[in-house]
Design a protein around this ligand. Structure first.
Ligand SMILES: C[S@@+](CC[C@H](N)C(=O)[O-])C[C@H]1O[C@@H](n2cnc3c(N)ncnc32)[C@H](O)[C@@H]1O
Ligand SMILES: Nc1nc2[nH]cc(C(=O)O)c2c(=O)[nH]1
Ligand code: SF4
Ligand SMILES: [Mg+2]
Length: 224
């Protein structure tokens, strides 16, 4: 059994990357040391012992907070039924989900008819089922001082890079020189914080490179 600290659990539509539009159960894990200044989930960064609460308190929290519940793969699968979730795609995100060994959870979910996806910064080893779709959103030169692992980039099914300026694209180009092949991988650019200039640059570059544009669709239509 693996211990999982869960900040949020909700059923929605995947709003990012090549799987945009897919009905999904989101499991947001607590904890991240990477320190991206523009992170839109800073409330997941710390794991504070006194903020561990019940699953019901988390699932019905109604607003972002640092509270989380402690679970394991079997209890989480049972919680999906308790909540009456019908989506069959599970997105494991965070925080930085690859701080956890996700092999037990992803194997159990696939063995029970779910597809799984991980949203990771690429700064921790990706431990998951071979059937899992791995989205690496590389975090380069962030405050935590973590490096993007080549092993994470090689495992990635999708590389989804957040950008605000040309420097971010240049950094991605340099990073991709370490990858043996992009064959079969989706490459997406995602404007940081829906900024107009970032979006214009992302559109222009995606057309030039034949990459995919990834908008945080959920933020435009006002869903979780
Ligand atoms: C909150 S992170 C959690 C998963 C993992 N720590 C990571 O960074 O990939 C989920 C996704 O949101 C993206 N993201 C976070 N803050 C963002 C922002 N302000 N604008 C655009 N994308 C953002 C990340 O790049 C990542 O693709
Ligand atoms: N709808 C929706 N789609 C998402 N795709 C990646 C997300 C994330 O926070 O990891 C996310 C999210 O927070 N909401
Ligand atoms: S790695 Fe992900 S969760 Fe961590 S600070 Fe960066 S965007 Fe936020
Ligand atoms: Mg999000």
């Amino acid at each position: 059994m693996s211990t999982l600290n869960i900040n949020e659990m909700f059923e929605t539509i995947q709003g990012e990357g090549a799987h945009t539009g897919i009905p999904s159960i989101f499991v947001r894990l607590q904890g991240c040391p990477v320190g991206c200044p523009w992170c839109d989930t800073k409330h997941t960064w710390e794991i504070k012992a006194d903020l561990s609460v019940t699953p019901e308190a988390v699932i019905n929290k109604g607003q972002e907070s640092e509270t989380y519940f402690i679970s394991d793969e079997a209890a989480l699968l049972a919680q999906f039924s308790i909540e009456g979730y019908v989506a069959k795609h599970v997105v494991i995100t965070g925080g930085e989900p690859c701080m956890y060994d996700l092999r037990p959870l992803t194997k159990l979910l696939h063995d029970n008819g779910y597809s799984t996806q991980i949203e990771t910064s690429g700064t921790f080893e990706v431990l998951c089922d071979p059937r899992t779709y791995v989205t690496v959103s590389p975090k380069i030169n962030m405050k935590g001082g973590y490096d993007v692992l080549v092993s994470a980039l090689e495992r990635a099914n999708e590389i989804k890079h957040p950008i605000a300026m040309q420097k971010h694209i240049d950094e991605l180009d340099a990073l991709l020189t370490n990858v043996s092949s992009l064959e079969g991988k989706q490459v997406c650019l995602q404007p940081i914080s829906q900024q107009k200039r970032a979006t214009e640059l992302a559109v222009k570059t995606c057309i030039e490179r034949n990459w995919r544009l990834s908008l945080q669709t959920h933020k435009y239509i006002g869903i979780e």
